[in-house]
Design a protein around this ligand. Structure first.
Ligand code: ADP
Length: 502
């Protein structure tokens, strides 16, 4: 099976944006990498080069961190009132909505995701995140605390806490939701008053670079947000290790998350991490079958399975197993796979050749180890990095396809007998703990399971529901800290206790 294409005509602003060699944003200026090097950006639907961007490395990170430090310590940014800061963050949300179509096209072109998904989800969610965080800028408060001090009888004190921005923040983001991940990182950091060096994913730098222009248009002072394109081992590693950075926020693989922690440990930077997942999705025998089939299919096939929370282990109670597997397989057969820019497309290509080969490798390993593909199981022929949506059965708990994060449209369906501790044990049998799903009409069972699943999010009769107000993050090796919601402000503020003798 191959892929046919009937792509939309790109917005003129998108065509001219990709035509020009894109630079780094440092201290309010768009500049070339110090080395003068650039690297190509590929269209994953064809493998063709679509743009060239500056290849930032250690020297550029150093320049950017210094610019962020200056902007944090002096100039306009620290003098802004919380209300003024909030208005800038709000304005950025507005500008994203004003440029919705352009940003959606850039995202689809660069990442490969369906244009309709980028229009309906990625871009509006990014705008919403900034709008939500804008409101927090004026609500970052400390407390007054009555203290007793037993060793100073009769003395009087006035004690209170201040919540201050943590400082210069290094943020490293992945390629699966490029604009949205930039928003998750920047929104709370800016609302809190931090300054930022943002390292975009090398696979998908375009929407983040366009966001840099909108940040300037919104009126953020120079150096508050610096944007670096470059590779993980060079630019990313330099940012995580830079002594001028107070905090590192990372989203990506658990493997790289551990490297970030090691790099940050040298000077004990604060670290927050949003890492991998191998999310269990549990269908009980009393579930609404149609809802569960559509929901569990969406849980794995949304964004081509390239979601850290993808519902990749589908546990189905025996009585419903065949029906759910057949239903999800049918959903998979119906999915129109194609280039993201074709408005008919429901699933695009894997983001890169590396990711494509990785997913194909997992498919091969699963089948070699004895799993059976009810549907899919192969790559698609022709140009681009397309993989068939796949449902595996006959897996064993020790197989790589069950233990490791595939980050592709591949779900393993696993039957279970009873709603008991063995089910909970199997669902929790992973080093990850990012998200989980439960499908049942029994409200008691739903909440009982939600309390036993070791994961940062549990969705009941739904999946992939995200909101700027709802915290997201991982248990176990899925990460440290929570993004979104007011919890996100904890990542970018620190508390100071002030105690005055009266
Ligand atoms: P994936 O394997 O899915 O590409 P990664 O965790 O490798 O995910 O990448 C996520 C982000 O981390 C990207 O911006 C990438 O450049 C960056 N990165 C990769 N390796 C390192 C590293 N050693 N240090 C810092 N950042 C890195």
């Amino acid at each position: 099976m191959g892929v046919a294409a009937a792509e939309i005509r790109l917005d003129q602003r998108v065509t001219s944006f990709v035509k020009e060699r894109r630079k780094l944003l440092i201290g309010g200026q768009w500049v070339d990498a110090a080395s003068g090097k650039t690297f190509p950006v590929y269209n994953p639907a064809t493998g063709d080069v679509i743009a060239h961007v500056a290849e930032g490395d250690k020297q550029d990170i150093d320049r950017a961190v210094k610019a962020a430090r200056r902007a944090f310590e002096s100039g306009a940014w620290p003098r802004l009132t919380p209300s003024e800061r909030g208005r800038l963050v709000w304005k950025l949300g507005d500008l994203i909505l004003e440029h919705l179509e352009e940003l959606a096209e850039l995202e689809s072109l660069d990442n490969g995701k369906p244009i309709n998904v980028a229009r309906a989800a990625d871009v509006p969610l990014a705008a919403d995140l900034f709008h939500y965080m804008a409101g927090w800028a004026t609500k970052i408060e400390g407390n007054t605390i009555p203290i007793s001090v037993p060793y100073a009888p009769g003395a009087q004190f006035h004690a209170y806490t201040l919540r201050e921005p943590v400082g210069v923040v290094g943020q490293i983001i992945p390629w699966n939701f490029p604009l949205l991940m930039a928003a998750w990182k920047l929104g709370p950091a800016l609302a809190a008053g931090c300054t930022v060096v943002l390292k975009l994913a090398e696979e998908t730098p375009l929407s983040g670079l366009r966001l840099g222009e909108l940040i300037q248009e919104a009126g953020f002072p120079d150096g508050v947000v610096n944007i670096i394109t470059g590779f993980g081992e060079t630019a990313g590693a330099a940012l995580a290790a830079h002594p001028g950075v107070d905090k590192v926020a990372f989203t990506g693989s658990t493997e790289v998350g551990k490297l970030i922690v090691q790099a940050a440990a040298r000077d004990l930077k604060k670290v927050s991490l949003e890492l991998g997942g191998k999310s269990p999705n549990v269908v009980l025998r009393d579930a609404d079958l149609d809802l569960a089939v559509a929901g569990t299919a969406g849980a794995i096939f949304f964004n081509h399975g390239q979601c850290c929370c993808a519902g990749s282990r589908l546990y189905v109670q025996q009585q419903l197993f065949d029906k759910v597997v057949e239903g999800v397989a049918n959903e998979a057969r119906k999915i129109k796979v194609g280039p993201g820019l074709d408005p008919e497309t429901q699933m695009g290509p894997m983001v890169s050749e590396i990711q494509f080969k990785r997913v194909c490798g997992y498919l091969e390993s699963g089948i070699n180890e004895g799993a059976k593909a009810v549907v899919g199981g192969k790559k698609l022929s022709g140009k681009g990095y397309f993989v068939e949506p796949t449902v595996l059965v006959d897996t064993r708990p020790d197989m790589k396809v069950i233990q490791e994060e595939i980050f592709g449209p591949v779900v393993a369906a696993i039957p279970f007998k009873e709603f008991d501790d063995d089910l909970v044990k199997a669902a929790n049998d992973t080093v990850y703990g990012l998200a989980a799903g439960v499908w049942t009409k029994d409200i008691g069972k739903a909440h009982a399971l939600a309390s036993k699943l070791k994961s940062g999010t549990v969705w009941i009769n739904c999946f992939n529901i995200f909101d700027a107000a709802l915290p997201f993050g991982g248990y176990k090796q899925s990460g440290w800290g929570r993004e979104m919601g007011h919890d996100a402000l904890d990542l970018y503020t620190q508390k100071k206790a002030v105690c005055a003798a009266l």
